[in-house]
Design a protein around this ligand. Structure first.
Ligand SMILES: *[C@@H]1O[C@H](CO)[C@@H](O)[C@H](O)[C@H]1NC(C)=O
Length: 366
């Protein structure tokens, strides 16, 4: 019945406008959709997020134990933030061996100190290593650049959640003046300028304290992996619900100052399971307990690679899986010409996001 109705309707439309016009209209609609692909993504995501409120029964503690300087083996001067007064501090979680990646970041986006009229600062978070030669190399690097923070835990993949806890503790104690904290992996092409622009356009709090912000690429309806052999294993005792609360992908996310504090309070309220949950899932759980909902931003890339295009990269906040040599090359190219116009950004962003989406459909495991 419905199909027949549609068929009749279609025939009438075709009679009325002709097939060519309808095709034209369709192509036009597709073009508009590509130009505003990020808005469409935002809308679809908002429909799919489960948006459940906090279900934690307990009361959050009033305070967390103060962070002691002894918890860090290496760090810049304790006054580093008092002196630099960053509005945004970016803490890059880096594997100790990835010296090349750190250098590429210093030579590109990490070297910026002033963007969009705001002061910014980038430091690297590492853990301890067993190899004495690498330990020495790290302390040399810290002396040379003054931008390493080394926590007291073994730097392994399974310990990444400890790295994040160490990062939150460091920021609370030594960088309380920063309004925003970005956590970024060392293989991410980050764009502080695009981030600050996005925040001031879309998320500006009315005068006064910024509100609790937990921004990134939101993963929703993720099922816990109860297979003990898996890299992302979570025991049933540690987490028994069917799905994780929505959380921001760990490759890059942003927290406002009040969110850093509330997440820390929530983290103090839960007992750390063994093995530790994945870092981003853990932060999502803490946010859930603290009653903070993640906010999705389409300018944070997901798993599939985003092919380089100058205007697209000028607009994106984070692009994952960027090799150090590409980072240098892209950064130079991004700044080789005048800023892209609105139309150029819309077109380029539409095309590169569409290609990444195609990649995601073809290779969903990324
Ligand atoms: C995590 O770090 C702690 C403290 O350094 C260490 O004892 C433990 O072996 C590490 N865990 C893993 C799985 O690497």
């Amino acid at each position: 019945m419905v199909i027949r109705g549609l068929w009749v309707c279609k025939i009438r439309l075709v009679k009325h406008f002709g097939l060519a016009q309808i095709l034209c209209l369709f192509v036009f609609a597709c073009l508009v959709a590509v130009l505003f692909i990020d808005y469409i993504e935002l809308w679809i995501t908002s429909l799919r997020m489960n948006g459940v409120g906090a279900s934690y029964g307990g009361i959050l503690p009033q305070s967390v134990p103060p962070t002691r300087p002894e918890e860090y083996l290496l760090m810049p001067s304790q006054l580093v933030c008092q002196r630099a007064k960053p509005y945004l501090i970016t803490l890059v979680t880096s594997a100790p061996t990835n010296k090349k990646a750190r250098q590429a970041i210093r030579n590109t986006w990490g070297g910026e100190v002033q963007v969009q009229g705001f002061r910014v600062m980038t430091l690297f978070m590492v853990g301890q290593v067993l190899d004495p030669a690498l330990t020495k190399q790290l302390s040399d690097e810290a002396r040379e650049h003054g931008d390493l923070v080394q926590g007291r835990f073994l730097d392994t993949y399974a310990n990444l959640t400890l790295k994040t806890l160490s990062m939150l503790a460091w920021a609370r104690r030594f960088c309380p003046e920063a309004h925003f904290l970005a956590k970024v992996d060392d293989d991410v092409m980050f764009n502080p300028s695009a981030l600050l622009q996005y925040i001031s356009r879309n998320l500006k709090a009315p005068e006064g304290e910024p509100k609790e912000l937990y921004l990134g690429r939101v993963h929703f309806n993720v099922l816990p992996d109860h297979n003990p052999a898996s890299k992302h294993f979570v025991s049933k005792d540690a987490f028994s619900d069917a799905v994780f609360p929505d959380y921001c992908s760990g490759t890059a996310y942003v927290l406002s100052r009040p969110a850093v504090l509330k997440l820390s309070l929530a983290a103090a309220a839960i007992r750390l399971p063994k093995p530790l949950p994945p870092e981003d899932v853990f932060v999502g759980l803490c946010a859930h307990i603290a009653g903070i909902s993640p906010i999705h931003c389409p300018l944070f890339s997901g798993g599939p690679p985003v092919t380089y295009a100058r205007c697209c990269y000028q607009a994106m906040v984070s692009v994952h899986h960027t090799k150090p040599e590409n980072m240098l090359q892209y950064w130079a190219d991004m700044h080789s010409n005048a800023l892209c116009s609105w139309v150029e950004v819309r077109t380029s962003l539409g095309i590169c996001k569409f290609r990444a989406l195609l990649g995601h459909l073809l290779l969903p495991e990324l």
